[in-house]
Design a protein around this ligand. Structure first.
Ligand code: SF4
Ligand code: SF4
Length: 424
């Protein structure tokens, strides 16, 4: 990575602690990613983004701020980026995916909080992530109890605006979500000083839809056999989608997909055509959480789809672009976002329908339902997921894990036994 120490110091970061992270990340990335064979050349861009993760994009965000722009940090796929970009802001995903940040979160949170929340709080309070330092405002949501309380703690350090996400999907809930999007619009207009117009919102709905379409194109390519790209690489791309510049990301991803198209027509893949095809369902895998994908793929199976927020939940269902008034545009945004099926909803049959549909579309041999430790929502919903999947005759295993490496060997043994069972 180039030298960004002055920038990090100006952001008030703890440089000594941050150096430790900078030292371990290249090795971790090299071991998981660069060791793969036959990677598409188009991954070079995404490798570069990771190599410069705390440099290039943070510098761009600071440049935006120096020109008077604002940066909003988000933590959930329900927060509509379209509104933030339409107000001239930049949205950047902030979810923490590393064990490195967990102890910092544990200083203020109960130990039995999910690692994603602990890492996110720790990254801010320890001052070891430039993205967390740069954001002018965080946009939280009321998806789970841990997050709701974490916002109050973070709000002592940085302004946090919270969207009240309904937890049912009745008509009145949809209307309530529309109102929440309108309130967010007012808030970002107030913070940025820019008024959102129909034209500029339409432009940004298109911008984010293009990003979704590029991701949908990547995932469609993963339906083929042999699969032209590893699950690990696809996961990395989705993780990067949360914070990279949306236009540049879309262009780079489309270039990669052009290359993958050629691989598919040549019958070229990264795994043999008979490798077991695995779907991973459950809680999001924020960067740099690559543990389960690494375990599965080093055992010779291919992860071909993720029913995760760092997966299909992020890009499925483009927004209807035909809204001819701000009210109509907001209505279409609300409709699109409410189609996402997170375990925070009750009842949540849509998620099981999604899993069954994806199992068929991606010709899945087995499902690994994986949730982060202490995520009550997903671990409880796992009962219903496994019940439905087993009824359909699809082999499934459940894994509960955290960000540490402590359960790596145990996870490997369990996944190995599961894959052996698939091969029988
Ligand atoms: S799992 Fe639910 S709460 Fe977490 S990012 Fe996804 S939609 Fe948001
Ligand atoms: S993984 Fe579960 S507990 Fe953690 S933030 Fe997401 S919904 Fe909340």
């Amino acid at each position: 990575m180039a030298d960004y120490r002055q920038m990090w110091s100006d952001l008030g970061m703890d440089l000594e602690k941050h150096d430790i992270l900078c030292e371990v990340l290249p090795d971790a990335f090299g071991g998981v990613y660069l060791s793969q064979e036959n990677r598409p050349e188009g991954m070079d861009y995404f490798n570069f983004v990771v190599a410069e993760i705390h440099g290039v994009r943070p510098a761009e965000l600071i440049e935006h701020q120096q020109k008077g722009g604002k940066v909003f940090g988000t933590f959930c796929v329900y927060v509509p980026d379209e509104i933030i970009f339409a107000a001239g802001g930049i949205a950047t995903g902030l979810c923490g995916g590393s064990q490195f940040w967990v102890p910092g979160g544990e200083k203020v949170l109960p130990a039995n909080t999910c690692p994603l929340i602990k890492a996110s709080v720790g990254a801010r309070l320890d001052g070891t992530c430039p993205f967390f330092q740069i954001a002018d405002m965080y946009i939280g949501e009321t998806t789970c109890d841990g997050k709701k309380k974490a916002w109050e703690i973070l709000n002592q350090d940085v302004p946090v605006y919270v969207m009240d996400l309904p937890q049912m999907k009745r008509e009145k809930d949809l209307q309530a979500w529309e109102e929440e999007i309108k309130s967010l619009m007012q808030k970002v207009e107030e913070v940025t000083g820019n008024k959102i117009t129909i034209e500029v919102l339409a432009e940004n709905i298109k911008l984010i839809n293009k990003k979704r379409n590029a991701l949908a194109r990547l995932y469609a390519l993963r339906k083929t056999s042999p699969v032209p790209i590893s699950g690990k690489d696809a996961l990395l791309i989705t993780q990067i989608a949360f914070y990279d510049d949306p236009g540049r990301f879309t262009d780079q991803l489309n270039l990669l997909c052009d290359e993958l198209d050629k691989r598919v027509s040549n019958g070229e893949g990264v795994f043999p055509a008979d490798a077991p095809r695995i779907m991973i369902t459950g809680t999001p895998m924020a960067i740099p959480n690559w543990k389960l994908h690494h375990v599965v793929e080093t055992l010779g199976a291919a992860v071909v789809v993720e029913e995760l927020c760092t997966g299909v939940r992020y890009f499925e269902n483009p927004v209807d672009q035909s809204g001819s008034s701000l009210d109509e545009q907001v209505q279409y945004l609300a409709e699109r976002y409410m189609k996402t099926n997170c375990a925070c909803f009750t009842p949540n049959p849509g998620r099981i329908e999604d899993i069954m549909r994806l199992a068929e579309e991606y010709r899945i041999d087995g499902i690994i339902d994986c949730n982060l430790q202490f995520c009550g929502l997903y671990s409880t919903e796992s009962y219903l997921v496994q019940q439905a999947v087993k009824k359909a005759g699809i082999p499934v295993m459940h894994i509960e894990t955290d960000y540490s490496e402590q359960d790596f060997e145990q996870m490997r043994t369990r996944v190995e036994a599961f894959l052996e069972m698939l091969e029988k």
